[in-house]
Design a protein around this ligand. Structure first.
Ligand code: MRU
Length: 358
């Protein structure tokens, strides 16, 4: 499976080369493949905020590289570079609020900074840490893909019809994807017949990114309006809803792209299994429940306009871009540490004590 996935890999979104960061501009996909070069932490924070790069693991990895760029600048400027770097930690942490991977990655960079030895080259050490964060996310995705496939095979051996939401693929991660990694692997394993991709209003991660990734690989995908999901569950024989996550709390509640919660309610009503796929870097054991998760609200113009053209009456819009699915609507959380069935506080705590499976 690992080799098959590696061979099928076509897309990447983040590239660290010769001391600079390159991001595939996801705002322009699927029409244009433009790579942007970044040399400063402030510019990287702006790229995260404006969604040049998006997806929980991808923004964590990007922030880690952003911090390396910050260190490059601060060291070149001389003086107390570690104190000055605090400003880059702050700017990067302020770029988006919901996905905990961002804060997790910055914490890892902070810990590495604290462990720096006198004789060490700080830039070499910080760059190695950012690369390790990137590579370990790819590895986690490969492990989760395998676990997810085993789960699908165990529960329903025949060809499956799957529905997914947002984009959780190579574009959203360090490679392969979380939910989309499982879907990809299940397709390669002959277990998936068709994928329904929610368009994912208002930013259209489903139509622009997920459909593009799947179509590039020849995986049969049909795009649907978000509001068609319940009808599709009833009429198209959907057996699994498979989604990613931006933050999972200690009780197993899951924050993910707005619209995920209603999918889980509908899945339960229709007897469709609901799988969340996310690396342990998405799990925030410091928060008791989903009520504590900060939910990002973005500019109402994302709803009021389409491609810069006004599409709505002269009213305000409310634009929360994530929601929280309660743990009791979730059948499985798949991580690189293993699978939690019907998550609750005790099971999440047990999971976090385990080692990674790769
Ligand atoms: O606003 P986005 O595009 O960053 O939101 C992304 C999602 O909600 C994804 O489902 C989530 O990050 C999981 S990605 C592996």
């Amino acid at each position: 499976m690992r080799e098959q996935l590696l061979a099928a890999e076509k897309v990447k979104a983040i590239d660290w080369r010769d001391g600079a960061l390159y991001l595939l501009d996801q705002r322009l996909l699927p029409f244009e493949e433009t790579w942007l070069r970044y040399d400063s932490a402030v510019a990287v924070a702006e790229a995260i905020r404006t969604m040049v790069v998006r997806g929980a693991p991808a923004i964590g990895i990007t922030a880690a590289y952003g911090l390396v760029l910050g260190a490059q600048e601060r060291l070149a400027a001389g003086g107390d570079w570690k104190a000055a770097l605090e400003e880059d930690f702050r700017v990067l942490a302020d770029s988006r609020p919901t996905a905990v991977n961002l804060f997790w990655a910055l914490n890892r960079m902070r810990e590495r900074l604290a462990r720096l030895k006198e004789a060490e080259n700080p830039l070499v050490a910080l760059e190695a840490e950012a690369v390790a964060i990137h590579l370990s996310d790819r590895e986690a995705n490969l492990t989760m893909a395998q676990l997810g496939v085993e789960l699908i095979r165990k529960h329903q051996g025949n060809l499956q019809t799957v529905l997914t939401h947002c984009n959780t693929g190579a574009l959203a991660t360090g490679g392969f994807g979380t939910a989309l990694g499982v879907i990809r692997a299940a397709y390669l394993d002959g277990l998936v017949e068709r994928v329904y991709a929610d368009e994912t209003r208002p930013w259209l991660q489903g139509s622009r990114l997920t459909a593009w990734e799947l179509a590039n690989e020849g995986i049969p995908v049909s795009l649907n309006a978000d509001s068609a999901a319940a009808h599709l569950m009833k009429t198209k024989g959907i057996t699994w809803v498979i989604v990613g996550a931006d933050r999972i709390t200690a009780n197993g509640d899951v924050a993910n792209k707005i619209g995920t919660y209603q999918l889980a309610v509908n899945a339960m009503h229709h007897g469709v299994r609901f799988m969340v796929v996310a690396p342990s870097s998405t799990i925030d054991m410091t928060l008791e429940s989903g009520d504590d998760i900060p939910i990002e609200e973005r500019d109402g113009r994302e709803l009021l306009e389409l491609a810069g053209r006004r599409m709505a009456a002269d009213v305000d819009a409310v634009n929360p871009v994530f929601d929280v699915t309660p743990a009791d609507l979730i059948d499985f959380i798949v991580t690189e540490k293993g699978i939690v069935e019907r998550p609750d506080t005790a099971k999440m705590a047990q999971l976090m004590c385990r080692k990674r499976l790769h």
